[in-house]
Ligand binder design. Sequence first.
Ligand SMILES: Cc1cc2nc3c(=O)[nH]c(=O)nc-3n(C[C@H](O)[C@H](O)[C@H](O)COP(=O)(O)O)c2cc1C
Length: 356
Amino acid sequence: MLHIGPFHADCPVLLAPIAGYTDLAFRLTCRAAGHTGLAYTELLHSRGILEGNRDSLEIARISTDDTPCGVQLYGNDADWFCKAAQWAEGIGAALIDINMGCPVDKVTKTNGGSMLLCDPDRTTRLAERIVNSVRIPVTAKLRLGWSECAITAPRLARQLEEVGIKIITIHGRTTAQRFKGAASLDGIAEVVAAVARIPVIGNGDVDSPEAAVRMIAHTRCAGVMVARAAISRPWVLHAVHGRLLTGRTPPEPTVLEKIRLIRLHFDLMRRFRSDRMAMIVMRGRIAAYGTSLGHVKPFKERIRLMHSPADFEAAMDDLERGVEPAWTSVPHGVFASRTSEQHPIGTTEPDFAICT
Ligand SMILES: Cc1cc2nc3c(=O)[nH]c(=O)nc-3n(C[C@H](O)[C@H](O)[C@H](O)COP(=O)(O)O)c2cc1C
């Protein structure tokens, strides 16, 4: 159980913000695969939102079926940040997350993202303004510091707690590291130790229930956030949660269940974005999804070369027909205990209410 200001989340496993991936369609796909915890939009430029940038508004789309979901904002200017936070509160965000970890030049050149790690006092004042501008909880996602010689996260996290930030997520790498090397469990543990009352969520390299157990045991963090592993295996969040809750890892979905999940993801993209966007995204994603489907090279090639949603359906139908009966006979895993009302897999027209 995570205590986040006024509300409690029953699941300590969070879906990370991942630019280019965690849009509404993908978050709902993860939920259909059993994820019940907190999820985030990808990072959104606070000014871009307010200026009505079409891409930003697409990415900011949230839904009442996708709760709890936070909107992640980046920027450097307190006025823009506060107005964007109020806008997100207005569209129904459960919370606002401040991006303090993005290492990408486009973001750091505007003094946003992980540049905020470099001046903890100024960043704390910025966070305080944002906290005071909305009624919903505000959280922050940090890296350990700009570089190994500039580890600022423990101090910054402590200060952020004092001004009312409700969760700290710490990715156990520095900005200079980007994604190199292993995430530092000791670094995460230092941030946990620096903070007195609010939950600290550990992030970095959690790709299995075992990795989550290891991180929590080593760092005493209150929960874990999963990013890259969810891209190819949206059910990994449910697997991690099951393991943390019961000590046992739920069985992996059957191949047929995975196929249905991919179909659902495609349908949701068509519904919330467009046919064109669904095809562009799925052509790029199929390699990741394919890693857990066995030997499906010709199928992946068909998806990469598809020209229409009908091509996608035909390829999926053929894949489904080729699945061995033993893989499909007994539904188990994340879908076994759910009715079609509880999750949209297997229904042709999931009924998702859109907030914006
Ligand atoms: C393609 C990509 C996009 C990302 N976009 C964001 C983002 O929008 N906001 C953010 O805070 N972190 C972002 N991250 C960082 C992840 O949220 C996470 O901190 C990092 O990938 C480590 O977790 P993992 O080992 O589970 O992948 C991104 C990472 C990747 C690989």
